[in-house]
Design a binder for this molecule. Structure first.
Ligand code: UD1
Ligand code: CA
Length: 447
């Protein structure tokens, strides 16, 4: 069965108190919309439609950045969830298969749960994802008739008896695409909120002799985000899940509660991550690598046997080959550190290639930026870069070459050469002693 996703994200999210559309607020380095899209991807959908409204251009940009094949439609006025789904009708007019409605502000739905819904579709026309709510509050209530779902009643429209129901609507609904839109067409807005409720399709379907059922999931999966507080809670939930998953996958975390993952962090078995490490988006750490305490990684790849940190910063495009070392207070950006090379202390390596086994001395800087353009530094194999060398790019240092400490290298260094680019040292005999005497005499006179 092929599936189309319809992800609702038109709401402003007033309670976020923000200029940013709610679905673009981030959890683990990705907009919550992307989390919803990612959950839906597990069904290998043939189509994905995002319904945007408030700041639609921004929402479209974020959706396309994650998946260039997504279609973004705009709901100009937020007249309700059924009205939101209706905006996807033209886009999916020719689609033959199941449609699954997800919310862009509900990021924790698990792939297994969605698979169970698609499975239930084999035997039922409408499948609704429900949950037993600890505090049902203002959720829509699922009114059952035996095993069948009879209808959904919104809190505002519910009787006291219906409000006593604890089985609630998550908002996720699956149905045959053509059936869904035919039911949506029949939804009116004669209710307490004056909105077009998606939830009304259940009663409409039953009246047409179609069947409806509920797949239940844990309440935690349906956690929706409406405020900054809930966003912070969602971040904590995500981090706890990511930490447990990493431990289960065989990663050593010495203080799991201090490590922060991104939505797409990949860490191999037997890698070690010390306390207070932060992973931004786009990081892959291979098996057996060690990330030492207080390091910050983003958009980078760390190979087997590499040791990073403590206190290292790997920025986008940092590629560390096997058995490399990037030590304390070293920043690496858009640079390849080839096998066995070491940058151990206090350096900036940006827009560079460091050849295998080369050693970069403490305090070395690739001066990659001239104020307008970025330039590249190439360092060959088995090179020794003396401490505090400034490599003024574009520049290259050949294989087996050396630079003297404190050099400012502005010209290429051929293979095997030693480059010395600093003022020659001069020793002035006894000068220091005489100078000290003079200074101390001055101090005594001044007091
Ligand atoms: C909805 C359900 C309710 C369910 C609850 C779960 C309806 C009528 N009610 O209520 O049964 O228990 O979710 O959280 O469906 N949206 C649009 N355009 C609109 C309206 C909403 O895109 O015109 C989007 C919102 O951005 C949000 C989602 O749809 O992502 C849900 O809307 P929201 O207003 O939060 O619905 P609830 O009233 O919470
Ligand atoms: Ca809601």
């Amino acid at each position: 069965m092929t599936t189309a996703l319809i992800i609702l994200g038109a709401g402003l999210g007033t309670r976020m108190n923000s200029d940013l559309p709610k679905v673009l607020h981030q959890i683990a380095g990705a907009p919550m919309l992307v989390h919803a899209m990612q959950a839906g991807q597990s069904l290998d959908p043939a189509r994905c439609v995002v319904v945007a409204g408030y700041e639609a251009a921004q929402v479209e940009k974020a959706a396309l950045a994650y998946d260039p094949d997504v279609t973004v439609v705009v709901q100009d006025a937020q007249l309700g969830t059924a009205h939101a789904v209706a905006q996807a009708k033209a886009t999916l007019a020719d689609f033959d298969g199941d449609a699954l409605v997800l919310y862009g502000d509900t990021p924790f739905i698990r792939p297994d749960t969605l698979a169970a819904m698609i499975e239930a579709r084999q035997t039922h026309d409408i499948v609704v994802l429900g949950f037993q709510a600890e505090d049902p509050a203002r959720y829509g209530r699922l009114v059952m008739q035996g095993d069948a779902l009879d209808r959904i009643v919104e809190f505002k429209d519910a009787t006291d008896a219906e409000r006593a129901i604890t089985l609630c609507n998550s908002g996720v609904i699956a149905a045959d695409n053509a059936t869904l839109f035919s039911l949506i067409d029949a939804v009116g807005n004669d209710n307490a909120a004056g909105e077009y409720y998606l939830t009304d399709i259940v009663a409409l379907a039953r009246a047409r002799g179609l069947s409806a059922t509920v797949v239940e999931c844990a309440e935690a999966e349906t956690l929706g985000i409406n405020s900054r507080f809930e966003l912070a809670q969602a971040e904590a939930v995500f981090q706890n899940i990511a930490r447990m998953t990493a431990l289960d996958d065989g990663v050593t975390l010495t203080a799991p509660e201090t490590v922060y993952f991104a939505y797409d962090t990949v860490i191999g078995r037997d890698a070690v991550v010390e306390p207070n490490v932060v992973f931004g988006p786009g990081v892959t750490v291979e098996s057996g690598a060690t990330i030492r305490a207080f390091s910050h990684l983003e958009g980078c790849h760390v190979s087997r046997g590499a040791i990073v940190g403590p206190y290292a910063r790997l920025r986008p495009g940092a590629e560390l080959a096997e058995n490399t070392r990037v030590g304390n207070f070293v920043e690496v950006k858009n640079a390849v550190i080839n096998e066995g090379a070491k940058v151990n202390h206090l350096s900036y390596i940006g827009d560079a290639d460091i050849g295998p086994r080369s050693n970069i001395g403490a305090g070395t800087i690739t001066c990659n930026y001239d104020g307008v353009f970025k330039h590249h530094t190439t360092i060959g194999a088995d090179v020794f870069i003396g401490s505090n060398t400034m490599l003024v790019a574009p520049v290259s240092v050949g294989d087996h070459a050396m630079t003297a400490s404190g050099s400012v290298i502005t010209r290429d260094v051929p293979d095997g050469d030693l480059a010395v680019a600093r003022a020659k040292q001069e020793n002035k005999t006894g000068f220091a002693l005489r100078l000290f005497e003079k200074l101390r005499a001055k101090k005594a006179k001044d007091q």
